[in-house]
Design a protein. Structure first.
Length: 559
């Protein structure tokens, strides 16, 4: 275990509450610097608005000062924190020249629990920490108050010796846990996970199941997909700016549309689209990535704020990619081949039993490949076999540019026909989402385990995309062709290349987003999950593997 001296000198007081509730929650939020909101955390901030936004001082009925949002710190205790409210102790006589007696008041949502202590341990410990900080600052403080907003009740908490001792024990344990780059194991079947906003990051039941601490299928603790969705701007010369809490899109003074900031998860810009600096700063503050594409749809990069504080994950990523990338790469390619086989079996109008058997054998061979070179050989053979039969998955498309066609392998620079063009565009969108997901989890998307980090390409995003290519990108192409969502007029033929028009790109974007929102039963955990959420789960499982929380990476495969 690392030395506790590596931990910052001052720990936020509120983190003692998190640690008392769940050491793993504390590690994820403070050490790894990962966080997600739910209705409880949003409501908690709302309940704090009166102490967070009002004037810091006011006069009580007795003329003594009532202080709001008081910052306190102590190098001796190793703590820094903010008291919501500090009141004079009305039951203590304030003697001139003596330590003033004060009472910290901590605001909490909800109602007090029906237990003898009046509040749960995490809340009592957090209040005790504030009392200890006030004592260090020269005040007399022997009790505090928890104000429960829902019931509008004040609950007194005495700082007796047992509570102080327990608080000191937790502070010592907290520093030990913070010094270890590996998070504590998750609770098993704990009710604490039900209302936790970080369950989608922590994956407690999933992690426990994969290492044998849980035999039953996981509870569906994953949060629902957020209502926010990517915003795509494909109009050449458009200007994207901010007006209050809305994103406005215009061109030469003409309003093209607008949407609320809270409804946007990404801002994707194609070609020469202008973005205001005011909006860019706000997007960075909200951790909303800006994704840049060429006019033709090539994924060029992302603009984000500072990377997550989970530096240990990136250290493990670099170490594993250098020392032992093969086991992870094998499972990813095995997943891709098995999903290609499933897509062929489900959608082909003809029987391809020999091809299906060959793909199953190649998937097994990939799972046992002895080198990256042999793995790439198995992947290439499987790809040629799959794409040779890919035209059979599409309805007759004689009217599309370059069709009818026969695949002798993927051709993309430039795409010689409409189907290759659609595949390239869909792969670019998938790579974008994989890169954004990996950055949010804490990875460096440029260093992969299968794809080599050449010329700045997002190698890890390409790795993660492999198992999802048949499920998301190729399925999107089948949908838009077979449902007639693209027409001959949606393509432009230039020389030997075929490109999508703006109308055609929009049609593919709609189908791609529909695919990401569609639900599938998770092959390991058994609950329903959207493909967008499945990308995040796989990225987090990869992170759990690198942090030695699970023993093996399992690809996302459908039956």
């Amino acid at each position: 275990m690392s030395q506790t001296s590596d931990v910052p000198e001052l720990v936020p007081a509120r983190m003692v509450n998190e640690f008392a509730y769940c050491p793993r929650l504390f590690h994820i939020e403070w050490v790894q610097r990962l966080f997600a909101d739910n209705e409880f955390t949003v409501d908690g901030r709302w309940q704090h608005r009166s102490v967070d936004e009002e004037a810091p001082c006011s006069q009580g009925d007795d003329g003594l000062a009532v202080i709001r949002s008081l910052m306190l710190s102590s190098e001796k205790l190793g703590l820094v924190g903010k008291a919501d409210l500090v009141e004079p102790d009305a039951n203590s006589e304030q003697v001139p020249g003596s330590e003033p007696s004060v009472v910290p008041v901590d605001f909490k949502r909800g109602s007090p629990p029906d237990i003898p202590e009046g509040a749960y341990e995490p809340e009592r410990v957090q209040l005790c920490v504030l009392g200890m900080l006030l004592q260090e600052a020269g005040y007399h403080c022997d009790h505090g108050i928890i104000w429960f907003a829902e019931s509008r009740r004040r609950v007194r908490i005495d700082f007796d010796q047992s509570l102080v001792t327990r608080t000191q024990e937790l502070l010592a344990d907290l520093r030990e846990v913070a010094a270890d780059p590996k998070p504590p194991p998750p609770f098993v079947d704990s009710s604490k996970c039900n209302g936790c906003s970080l369950t989608g990051i922590c994956l407690p039941d999933e992690t426990n199941m994969l290492v044998g601490r849980r035999t039953r299928p996981p509870r569906r603790l994953l949060p629902n997909d957020p209502g926010s969705q990517p915003l795509y701007v494909t109009e050449p010369g458009a200007y994207v700016g901010r007006k209050g809490e809305r994103i406005h899109i215009s061109k030469r003074g003409e309003e093209l549309g607008d949407t609320r900031l809270i409804d946007v998860s990404q801002v994707c810009l194609f070609g020469n689209v202008q973005l205001s600096s005011q909006l860019l700063r706000e997007l960075i503050a909200r951790e909303i990535p800006v994704v840049w594409f060429s006019t033709g749809g090539w994924f060029q990069g992302l603009t984000t704020g500072m990377p997550t504080g989970n530096i240990q994950l990136r250290c493990r990523q670099f170490s594993r990619a250098e020392a032992d990338p093969l086991p992870i790469a094998r499972r990813m390619i095995e997943g891709k081949i098995r999903n290609s086989r499933t897509l062929l079996r489900r959608n082909s109008r003809e029987t391809h039993q020999r091809a299906l058997d060959s793909l199953a054998s190649l998937a097994s061979a990939a799972a046992n490949a002895g080198s990256i070179g042999s793995l790439l050989g198995h992947e290439g053979t499987a790809a040629r076999m799959f794409f040779a039969r890919f035209p059979g998955l599409l309805r007759p498309a004689k009217d599309l540019p370059g069709c009818p066609f026969s695949f002798e392998g993927r051709r993309r620079r430039p795409p010689p026909d409409a189907v290759n063009c659609l595949l390239s565009y869909s792969y670019s969108l998938l790579t974008k989402d994989c890169a954004a997901t990996l950055i949010a989890v804490g990875f460096d998307p440029l260093l992969g385990f299968l794809h080599r980090p050449r010329f700045g390409r997002p190698a890890l995003a390409l790795d993660l995309a492999e198992e999802f290519r048949p499920l998301i990108a190729e399925s999107t192409v089948i949908t838009v062709v077979n449902n007639g969502e693209v027409a001959p007029t949606d393509f432009v033929v230039r020389g030997k290349g075929v490109m999508l028009t703006q109308k055609g790109r929009r049609a593919v974007l709609r189908a791609y987003e529909r695919r990401l929102r569609s639900e599938v039963t998770h092959p390991i955990f058994g609950y329903r999950v959207t493909y967008r959420r499945a990308l995040e789960v796989q990225a987090r499982l990869l992170g759990a593997l690198l942090m030695d929380e699970i023993d093996e990476y399992t690809p996302f495969t459908t039956r």
